[in-house]
Design a protein around this ligand. Structure first.
Ligand SMILES: Cc1cc2nc3c(=O)[nH]c(=O)nc-3n(C[C@H](O)[C@H](O)[C@H](O)COP(=O)(O)OP(=O)(O)OC[C@H]3O[C@@H](n4cnc5c(N)ncnc54)[C@H](O)[C@@H]3O)c2cc1C
Length: 431
């Protein structure tokens, strides 16, 4: 089939790769001049999500205080954003959390296999580093972490539960004082560079052929007609009025993998996904004192702030701001930006004092889409020729290869290698 993939982030590029591998001809349309310029650019590094990473469950937004949650909530008292938070809060119940993570897990394992296959085939180097140490502050938060630890044991995920002293002994940059509750070490899980991976996959596809990248082109609308699907391209800025006729590309199927831009493309078709945009921040800071810098990635487990090392810098990611969807295209404003970046700086100072020169850090902000049940939307939707691959929340980097494989299998009429309840839990019509 001829397939158009809208979006050149990690989701779109990984989908294009899997579609090409399944024998389809693919055209990726990306509005930026190159791939990986959206949320993919600002990734925190963590590859596959453990039960401690997902943005639902007993520890997610469990406190009413922004500073304790790591999420600055500006939803107001009513309205859809507030409603969204309430829906996610239902998954704080340990049983609901376990059930939902259970549905996600086969996709995580599919992604692990699909990524390993790509790595082995092409010998890609994208700053893969093993070792993540998740740290928990208070006894109450440690208690709330237990359902996640139960899931790790149940699913036989290799990990070590450590006392504060053991955390410090393993990772000297973490001080045992002031007191904290404990840590969980994953010595086999990895951090890696998501935009670099996306670019390497693009290079591979450029060499192999079969995938065309239309860069600097914005899709303005999707058309679904009988057995065909097409996309309309917005006129390029500066194009003469004569050339302002609508350019249309026709295909057999369209995959919407346009991150935050997906909603504006799907809404006019009548597909209103209840995904909520969340602003996230990163700081890339020079190492201040080498002897204080960690050799594994450090994650503030409750605040979902990840600190990973990239050569002589630390990448600190998190600091989410939750507002109404209407505000997401407006600038955040100095005060809220400062508050969000302060969360990142404080977490770094708390866990690995002296490691980073925060005053010299470069800030970045991006938007990711989160779903009210914590799971992405992957699969066919609304019309036999329309597919979506969106809403991966905090895990779009790690899930990209598996999500792309799922789309390719579904489009090729193959049965995906995940249980039926996982497929159903990812469908667009589940809401
Ligand atoms: C600060 C931060 C830290 C994160 N940390 C992690 C992490 O540690 N691990 C993890 O797994 N995930 C992490 N994530 C989430 C992950 O980065 C995202 O889930 C993932 O990058 C989403 O990829 P995507 O391709 O769907 O979206 P994007 O990367 O946003 O790509 C979408 C692309 O579509 C293009 N587009 C949009 N509309 C149109 C249009 N109309 N026409 C043409 N092109 C269009 C955009 O230009 C963009 O390039 C993090 C996200 C952020 C913001």
């Amino acid at each position: 089939m001829d397939v158009i993939v809208i979006g050149g982030g990690i989701a779109g590029v990984a989908t294009a790769y899997q579609l090409r591998a399944a024998g389809h001809r693919v055209c990726v349309v990306e509005r930026h001049a190159t791939v990986a310029q959206g949320a993919t650019y600002g990734h925190g590094g963590t590859v596959l999500p453990t039960p401690l990473d997902v943005w639902f469950g007993p520890t997610f937004m469990a406190s009413r205080q922004n500073a304790r949650n790591g999420v600055i909530s500006k939803t107001g008292f009513t309205g859809p954003a507030r409603q969204f938070v309430k829906q996610l809060a239902a998954l704080q119940d340990p049983e609901a959390f376990s059930r939902q993570y259970g549905r996600l897990r086969p996709l995580i394992e599919l992604s692990r296999e699909a990524m390993a296959d790509v790595e082995a085939r092409f010998g890609l180097e994208f700053e893969q580093t093993s070792g993540l140490l998740y740290l928990v502050r208070s006894a109450q938060e440690w208690e709330q972490t237990q359902p996640a630890l139960d899931l790790l044991r149940l699913n036989e995920v290799p990990h070590h539960v450590l006392t504060p002293a053991e955390c410090s002994a393993f990772e000297h940059s973490v001080r045992a004082e002031p007191e904290f509750a404990g840590g969980v070490l994953f010595d086999q899980e990895r951090t890696a560079n998501s935009p670099l991976f996306a670019k390497l996959i693009k290079q591979t596809l450029d060499t192999q052929g079969g995938v065309q990248f239309m860069l600097g082109c914005e899709v303005s609308a999707i058309r679904l007609e009988g057995q065909r699907a097409s996309v309309e391209l917005a006129p390029r800025p500066g194009a003469s009025s004569r050339s302002r006729e609508v350019d249309v590309i026709h295909a057999d199927a369209v995959v919407v993998a346009a991150g935050h831009g997906s909603l504006a493309l799907l809404d006019p078709l009548g597909l209103r996904l209840p995904l909520h945009p969340l602003r996230l921040h990163t700081l890339v800071a020079p190492i201040a004192h080498e002897e204080c810098a960690p050799h594994v990635a450090i994650v503030d487990a409750v605040k979902r702030i990840a600190i990973s090392r990239m050569n002589h810098r630390l990448r600190i990611a998190g600091g989410a701001v939750l507002q109404s969807a209407a505000q997401i295209d407006k600038p955040l404003g100095k005060a809220l930006t400062k508050e969000a970046l302060a969360l990142l700086g404080q977490a770094t100072h708390d866990w690995i004092p002296g490691a980073a020169r925060i005053s010299a850090a470069l800030p970045w902000e991006g938007v990711k889409l989160l779903s009210p049940d914590g799971l992405p939307v992957i699969g066919n939707a609304l019309h036999p020729r329309l597919f979506v691959n969106v809403g991966h929340g905090p895990a779009g980097w790690g899930l990209a290869c598996g999500a792309g494989k799922l789309i390719a299998d579904l489009m090729s009429g193959q049965t995906p290698d995940v249980p039926a309840d996982t497929l159903a839990a990812l469908r667009a019509d589940r809401f």
